[in-house]
Write a protein that binds this ligand. Structure first.
Ligand code: AMP
Length: 401
């Protein structure tokens, strides 16, 4: 079965009888923490529907997550303790905490939970065995619960103990609401998008997006390419891209992709050009294939934005992955903003608009457009690998519906 169809067929946790059962839930609480405070609680909020449903249904909820990249075992700056406080605020009830994610304390606290109570385990990555998908460690985690739920789509591309290894010890391995929402939107793009289906890809490098382009080309009606990666596609046609970002070792491949997608790929006609990335520097507009030496294309130009907009106007389904310019620095954020606004307009008109995570999600937040898309993926790397057509270990580990 193709990955996208398989992904749509996973068991949902709300089909299970969880009353009085210990449910071990992998969540993504990998949030930024500054001075003992969670500085952005978006990821905690995204997990609430699943946690609240489990509480309402009388489950004993045991939550596990990683936070950051602790390299040398336990370290206070990577503790999930600040998350416990924030979560308790959101839930309006106390959250129990175990200072180690495995071992006697965690087991006793898990056993001691009453229906509707919540236990948060300390950072999984305090044990290097987590990232090694270690069997013994997986077994120890599995001892804590009777049912396994994974709601951490953002970690599903990793075969770690909490996303993969642990699952083999459970008969019921279900997806949470967030996991299902991600699989539904991303899966539909690849399996059965309403047409016309237009993808817009940007970002710095072609090399990061090759596999996505290859997987999407046969499925899309149009593929708009912006951002730094566009210049490798322009340069392979023997055109002048000045000092724009270029990947010489990808030129040949770009040529092959252009050939394969000649009726579908659309490159930016013009570019916003400057000698360097500097706030409020004077910019000039040049055709993207006539950029003078020493100057860099740092955003799509007005004609390109207009043309992309006309193509997007016809779309019933849009995937957007990667900013079309250096959106972090004004004035090179203009093109990305226009694309974001166009997608917001399309969403309001009833189109399905899906935004890949990472930088594109950050761009939407910067322009106040986060709630104007049909779906913004919470997983940068996971969304990309899904769109490449890869099987995600954290998804493969779930039971079929
Ligand atoms: P990615 O992580 O591949 O989606 O790339 C995102 C990054 O691409 C952002 O940090 C942008 O600043 C950068 N980017 C977008 N357009 C350009 C460009 N024309 N030249 C250089 N970097 C760009």
């Amino acid at each position: 079965m193709p990955i996208e169809t398989a992904a749509l067929n996973k068991l949902s946790f709300d089909r299970l009888d969880v009353r009085g059962k210990r449910v071990l839930v992998r969540v993504d609480f990998n949030v930024p923490v500054e001075g003992n405070q969670v500085s952005d609680a978006t990821r905690i909020k995204e997990s609430l529907p699943t946690i609240q449903k489990l509480i309402r249904d009388g489950a004993k909820v045991i939550l596990m997550s990683h936070l950051g990249r602790p390299r040398k075992g336990p370290a206070p700056e990577f503790s999930l303790a600040p998350v416990r406080n924030k979560l308790a605020d959101f839930l309006g009830q106390p959250v129990e905490f175990a200072a180690d994610c495995i071992g006697p304390e965690a087991e006793a606290k898990a056993q001691g939970l009453k229906p509707g109570e919540v236990l948060l385990l300390e950072n999984l990555r305090f044990h290097p065995e987590e990232e090694k998908n270690d069997l013994e460690f997986s077994k120890k985690l599995a001892r804590l619960g009777e049912i396994y739920v994974n709601d951490a789509f953002g970690s599903a591309h990793r075969a770690h103990a909490s996303t993969a290894g642990v699952a083999q010890f459970f008969e019921k391995r279900a997806g949470g609401y967030l996991m299902q929402k991600e699989l539904k939107f991303l899966g539909q793009l690849l399996s059965d998008p309403e047409r016309p289906f237009v993808a817009i890809l940007g970002g710095a490098k072609v090399s990061d997006k090759i596999a996505v382009i290859e997987n999407l080309l046969p499925k899309v009606d149009k593929l708009l390419i912006g951002g730094g990666m566009a210049y490798t596609f322009v340069a392979v046609q023997g055109k002048k891209v000045g000092a724009s970002i270029l990947e010489p070792e990808r030129l040949e491949l770009a040529g092959t992709l252009l050939q394969k997608g000649k009726d579908k790929i659309v490159l930016p006609e013009d570019s916003m050009v400057a000698p360097e990335v500097k706030p409020d520097i004077t910019v000039q507009i040049y055709p993207s294939d006539e950029i003078p030496d020493g100057l860099k294309g740092l955003d799509i130009g007005p004609k390109a934005a207009e043309n992309f907009g006309l193509i997007l106007d016809k779309a019933k389904t849009v995937l957007w992955n990667g900013p079309v310019g250096v959106f972090e620095v004004s004035p090179f954020d203009a093109g990305t903003k226009k694309i974001g606004q166009k997608l917001a307009e399309l969403t309001a008109r009833g189109a399905i608009t899906v935004v890949g995570g990472g930088d594109t999600a950050a761009a939407c937040a910067r322009f106040g457009l986060s709630d104007k898309m049909s779906h913004i993926s919470t997983g940068g790397g996971a969304a990309l690998e899904f769109l490449e057509g890869k099987t995600l270990p954290g998804v493969a580990a779930l039971s079929d519906a």
